[in-house]
Ligand binder design. Structure first.
Ligand code: ATP
Ligand code: MG
Length: 555
């Protein structure tokens, strides 16, 4: 049984608890995560991973990672590797790494068994003829003229299909169920088709391949999966799933469905994400704007934050659209606990502290993370010439402006209070630098000045600061639900989703490492990008400190 928690059980957990209480499956819980290796995993898959691995963990069970690789045309080994890396990164370990293609021999034997039971037949109709005979949801279909073939004839033809004697599209194997069923999928579904394609694992061994509905449930059954969790579009497939298992008299895995995760301002379809990659709308599957797990990792999202998000949204039985700001909230909440605080000036203006000795460099101590007192501290150089954000100065400050303005005082974080004495402009009237004076006895940690200032701003010392390319991201799409809009989803791409700037960062960031989260004080969370070299730092903005999008959208 699960440990006592405050959260009510979700409906899958309830089913599992009922099954355990009834002594089903000898108390075993075995789930599977079954990606088709035809693309990189996205946030929707993360939801499925957290659910499948999560419930198994909770009930002392296990989860298999099964590659659903029965379609030879779209699958690639690169995808298999990326999927494994992503599941591990999310923090989960699978019991076994399996491939549906490893079951091709057994699935073939299952098909033979169905034929022998009089439950499958080879159909020579063209796909147009089959479609015409299928009927409509309100009109029953009609039986194919090949439906009453003898078992011997069916066996002979199916073996010859397997041996490559017939061309693609000339024959299929169909389950013999009911052409009048109200469930269209039960109207003698195709279970095997001829395809002369090289498979990423079985090569040219096979020229017939099982259809999804004749592979998935049987794979579950072969592995003795107890709870096969999938998304709602498979509800109509459940009847066929059960029919196959019953007809074949194999282990009775059970299918349960939950609502897919749809995320606002994003696309969660591998097929569409692949278009963005292939047509160069993004730099790759791991472009930090992509809702892929690899994109989110590169962007600086953490596995903890993604798991927390999946947990918070829970599981539903109805499709809905989840606001991406909830995901960003979870990211911000986790990064706040773990990010190293540093100073970076994204849009600099120079400040000369006229009463500070020329050539002097003070080494100030700055705490790495006030949320975590074990995180240590680092040295920040302070000198006469520093850089601050342009937006932290206002020539004609409004009443509530507590940053720098002519005659105003502000505290430099970890350093001194300064006062703006003079604004230096070029011939065009553009401000080029500010002349300030500092209060000598106001140093942070040792302030005896008695002066109280309301504003604190960040800064870097000009001579020691390092250039860094900073990539600022906005939503990849301009509309909330790009899949639902009319026309091509690519019309709704946000042309301003990437802005590249050069910032000045404190020298400690020369030692920045991949995977370490940083908070650029007052600016947001950032992480080093793998494009960085020893000569050039590149940072990605992970997320802002506040939800600025909600403000802009007038919410
Ligand atoms: P896509 O349309 O992106 O290709 P898919 O469902 O075809 O998605 P699979 O690789 O077949 O992708 O999915 C593996 C598992 O992840 C399946 O169990 C599937 O139901 C689940 N899954 C895929 N997308 C989502 C989603 N948006 N929300 C929740 N689960 C999902
Ligand atoms: Mg699929």
């Amino acid at each position: 049984m699960a440990e006592a928690t405050e959260k009510p059980l979700n409906f899958i957990e309830q089913i599992i608890e009922d099954d355990l209480a009834a002594g089903k499956n000898d108390g075993r819980v075995l789930t599977r995560f079954p990606p088709e290796p035809n693309g990189y995993l996205h946030i929707g898959h993360a939801k499925s991973i957290c659910l499948n691995f999560g419930v198994a963990q909770r009930y002392g069970g296990k989860t298999n990672l099964r590659f659903d690789d029965t379609n030879p045309v779209t699958e690639e080994t690169e995808y298999v590797e990326s999927i494994k890396a992503d599941v591990k990164w999310l923090g989960f370990d699978w019991a076994e790494e399996l491939y549906a293609s490893d079951y091709f021999d057994q699935l073939y034997e299952f098909a033979i068994k169905l034929i022998k039971k009089g439950l499958a037949y080879v159909d020579d109709s063209t796909s147009e003829e089959m479609a015409a005979m299928k009927g409509t949801p309100t009109v029953a279909g009609i039986n194919s003229p090949y439906r009453e073939r003898t078992i011997e004839e069916n066996l002979d033809l199916f073996v010859r299909m397997k041996n490559g004697e017939f061309a693609e599209g000339t024959r299929v194997l169909r389950a013999k169920i009911n052409m009048a069923s109200t469930n269209m999928l039960m109207r003698d579904p195709i279970i095997y088709r001829i395809k002369f394609a090289t498979h990423h694992r079985t090569g040219d061994k096979w020229c017939i391949y099982p259809m999804y509905d004749f592979a998935h449930g049987q794979s579950d059954s072969i592995e003795q999966i107890t709870h096969s969790i999938c998304t709602l579009e498979f509800v109509p497939h459940r009847e066929l799933y059960d029919w196959c298992i019953e007809s074949l008299e194999i282990f009775p895995s059970k299918q349960y469905e939950f609502a897919r995760l749809n995320l606002s301002y994003a696309i969660t379809s591998k097929r569409k994400l692949l278009q963005l990659v292939n047509e160069n709308f993004v730099t790759g599957w791991d472009d930090p704007r992509m809702p892929t797990i690899s994109g989110m990792r590169r962007r600086g999202y953490t596995p903890e934050a993604i798991r927390e998000f999946c947990d918070r949204i829970g599981i539903a039985k109805r499709d809905n659209l989840i606001d991406v700001s909830l995901l960003e909230f979870c990211v911000r909440e986790h990064l706040n606990k773990v990010a190293t605080r540093v100073m970076a000036v994204l849009d600099p203006i120079k400040v000369v502290i006229t009463n500070y000795p020329e050539g002097k460099v003070e080494e100030l101590t700055a705490e790495n993370n006030p949320e975590d007192h074990e995180s240590g501290s680092r040295i920040m150089p302070f000198s006469r010439e520093i850089l601050i954000e342009k937006e932290d100065f206002m020539e004609n400050p409004t009443k509530k402006y507590f940053r720098l303005g002519p005659g105003l005082m502000v505290r430099l974080k970890h350093a001194y209070i300064i006062k703006c004495d003079d604004v230096v402009k070029d011939e065009n009237g553009e401000i080029i630098e500010l002349h300030c004076s500092y209060i000598e006895n106001s140093r942070s940690g040792n302030d005896t000045s008695g002066i109280n200032v309301k504003g604190t701003i960040h800064w870097v010392s000009e001579a020691q600061a390092v250039d860094a390319e900073v990539r600022l991201y906005d939503r990849l799409f301009k509309v909330e639900d790009p899949s639902r809009e009319d026309g091509d989803f690519k019309e709704y791409l946000n042309p301003e989703s990437l802005q590249v700037i050069t910032a000045k960062v404190e020298p400690a960031l020369k030692n920045a490492t991949l995977g370490t989260p940083y908070q650029f004080l007052r600016k947001g969370y950032f992480c080093l990008d793998p494009d960085s070299t020893t000569d050039k730092l590149v940072f990605n903005k992970t997320v802002g400190l506040k939800d600025t999008w909600a403000k802009e959208a007038g919410k």
